[in-house]
Design a protein around this ligand. Structure first.
Ligand code: ASP
Length: 306
């Protein structure tokens, strides 16, 4: 069944993922119609900060010939500042556009938006919930290096609040041979719902605070930042900040053919001296966001069989 909205990684089946990745490959090699979405309008409605997600969506739409209407910092620059509800905003924006890309600080906001919108809604991050399009570009990047889904992924950092962790884990759980090691302070371990899902899908996963143990096993090292904006006090945040760092000494411990990823922004979790190591893939990962988002926009808005 064709998806109307993109809200959660749990919606994705392997066949859907395959077709999006094939399309992204085609786009990457320049084989696509640069005017195919001419006349179509994408609205980007961002209530939380973003660099990569908003720009890569906007770049994706424009590369396909479509146009963009946008508000960043919507709490300040849209009628939200006057007290308008997200529900009313979505009703209005969905009559001005053909697709809405929404980032919001409230868990489940995209689901609510989808129930009210006349046009497809794409979840570009809902609080500490999910970030499904990031998961697709993450997996696309992983598969560009590991062709068979039989490897160990370690995920590090604020696993409780990190929405990219949640969406990527749901996606990885489709592949039974993939193993996951979660590395975090106990208080920032993966949410219960995700844990239950991994148990139900029989994924081989471990939770640990032992960074070195995980690093030695990793084929894919997925580093993340501590999600500062989700903590009640600065002191709570400071307790965890700077705990697991990847620097030059880490490079000596990891497998020669492993890859290092990060959804970005990085604060201090990966030292800049790591950037030139051939295993550091995070900038390539961010660049892949455009191809994946072009493939998704074509899936939602393009002519049939695109
Ligand atoms: N950019 C990603 C997100 O919006 C990761 C992060 O902010 O840490 O979730």
């Amino acid at each position: 069944m064709k998806l109307k909205h993109i809200i959660s990684s749990k919606q994705f089946e392997k066949s859907f993922i395959r077709s999006i990745f094939e399309k992204a490959d085609q786009i990457k090699s320049g084989r696509y119609n640069k005017n195919i979405l001419a006349g179509r309008i994408m609205a980007t409605l961002f209530y939380e900060p973003s660099t990569r997600t908003r720009f890569s969506f906007e770049s994706a739409m424009q590369r396909l010939g479509g146009s963009v209407i946008s508000t960043e910092n919507a709490y300040q620059f849209s009628s939200a500042a006057k007290g308008e509800t997200i529900e009313d905003t979505i009703r209005i924006v969905s009559s001005y556009s053909d697709v809405i890309v929404l980032r919001h600080d409230t868990l489940g906001a995209s689901q609510v938006a989808a129930s009210l919108s006349k046009v497809p809604v794409i979840n570009a991050g809902d609080g500490n919930g999910e970030h499904p399009t990031q998961a697709l570009l993450d997996l696309y990047t992983i598969f560009s290096k590991f062709k068979t889904p039989d490897f160990t992924v370690i995920m590090i950092g604020d696993l409780l609040n990190g929405r990219t962790i949640h969406s990527l884990s749901y996606l990885l759980s489709l592949y039974p041979k993939i193993k996951i090691i979660f590395v975090s302070p106990k208080a920032l371990a993966i949410p219960k719902t995700l844990k239950s899902h991994l148990i139900a899908t029989k994924i081989d996963f471990t939770e640990t605070e032992d960074f070195d143990f995980a690093l030695k096993k990793a084929d894919v090292i997925y580093q993340t930042r501590i999600q500062k904006e989700r903590f009640k006090t600065k002191n709570d945040y400071k307790k965890y900040f700077g705990r697991f760092i990847i620097d030059e000494s880490t490079l000596q411990k990891i497998k020669p053919r492993s890859i290092i990823m990060h959804p970005l922004p990085r604060i201090n979790e990966i030292a800049p001296s790591v950037d030139s190591d051939p295993r550091a893939l995070y900038f390539q990962q961010a660049a892949n966001g455009v191809y994946i988002r072009m493939a998704l926009l074509l899936y939602l808005l393009g002519p049939k069989n695109q």
